[in-house]
Design a protein around this ligand. Structure first.
Ligand code: SF4
Length: 302
């Protein structure tokens, strides 16, 4: 039996669902029941009636699924798949910052650990960050941990003070203005979609600034036939699969090696052993759930 068939057999036997982020390897994307960005995955996690969620994404995403689904078994396909940006938050420094800005609300990008979320007022993803900062009932926010997303949000919500935390995503920092300019020269008819974790200099070259979920929607709706995909390279595979009649040019230098730690063998092992189960201590989970739920409420479009 092929590894793929064995995964499908075990999935049915254990009433499991495989959820995967858009940056996963093509073979992992192909086996997933649900693919999406962090926001879509968080929403889907609460809708599923499966008993087991096998999560193919980095640690904070699996944690969020576990927090939102205390009654389900959430298994991380590879416990070593961790987001370095989420690890750029020092909780002591955050507490000091909260004292320094007593009126500020803490907006934690979903790319944070459960412990960071537990210290925050609301979460956001790249899909809803602007909307969340607009809607949160405070004129000052501490926005963490991505400095580029903070700068983009500040440019879109100029009436509020959006305070910097100096984290970054190495995969998106690889997407330099020079690389995008070269791609534009090579493909002059292509529309340029850029993720807001990129620098403002790179964003300045974009026709559209989108989360990966936004890219999926827009590429389907647009009349354009060619797109430059300014985010982690796995996204281009997702778009090609969805819209085979269109052409997508990835930035090949942008690779999240942490996402790519998950292979089909890991998915199979996770289904066989139901390990490692993602466990968030109850008190942390309870506190981290509130900003996640507030995100789901504030982040809805009208
Ligand atoms: S792409 Fe960047 S933010 Fe996303 S998991 Fe990888 S390092 Fe973290």
């Amino acid at each position: 039996m092929s590894i793929r068939d064995e995964i499908l057999r075990l999935k049915a036997e254990k009433n499991a669902i495989i959820m995967a982020h858009n940056y996963q390897r093509p073979e992992v994307q192909d086996i997933a029941d649900f693919l999406g960005d962090s926001f879509a995955l968080a929403r889907k996690a609460i809708e599923t009636d499966a008993d087991v969620i096998v999560f193919c994404g980095v640690d904070f995403m699996a944690e969020a699924a576990a927090i939102l689904n205390p009654d389900k078994i959430v298994v991380h396909a590879n416990g070593e798949s961790r987001c370095p940006m989420a690890a750029m938050v020092d909780l002591e420094k955050l507490r000091e910052m909260k004292k320094e800005y007593p009126n500020a609300k803490v907006v934690a990008y979903v790319n944070t650990t459960a412990k960071t979320k537990a210290e925050s007022d609301v979460c956001c993803t790249s899909a809803n960050a602007v909307r969340i900062v607009e809607r949160i009932d405070s004129n000052e926010v501490i926005f963490m941990p991505d400095r580029h997303l903070r700068e983009y949000v500040q440019s879109q919500v100029p009436d509020k003070k959006v305070i910097l935390w100096p984290g970054y995503c190495y995969a998106h920092e690889e997407i330099t203005p020079k690389l995008i300019t070269n791609l534009k020269k090579a493909h002059p008819k292509a529309e340029v979609m850029i993720h807001p974790e990129c620098s403002m200099e790179t964003i300045a070259l974009a026709d559209h600034v989108f989360s990966t979920g936004g890219m999926v929607r827009y590429a389907g709706e647009s009349e354009a036939k060619e797109f430059i995909v300014g985010t982690e390279e796995g996204m281009a595979y997702r778009l090609k699969t969805l819209y085979p009649e269109k052409t997508f040019y990835p930035v090949e230098q942008s690779i999240c090696h942490n996402m790519k730690r998950i292979h089909l063998e890991d998915v199979l092992r996770a289904l066989e052993t139901l390990e490692p189960v993602v466990k968030v201590p109850e008190d942390i989970a309870e506190r981290a759930k509130k900003p996640l739920e507030l995100m789901l409420e504030l982040g809805r479009s009208d």
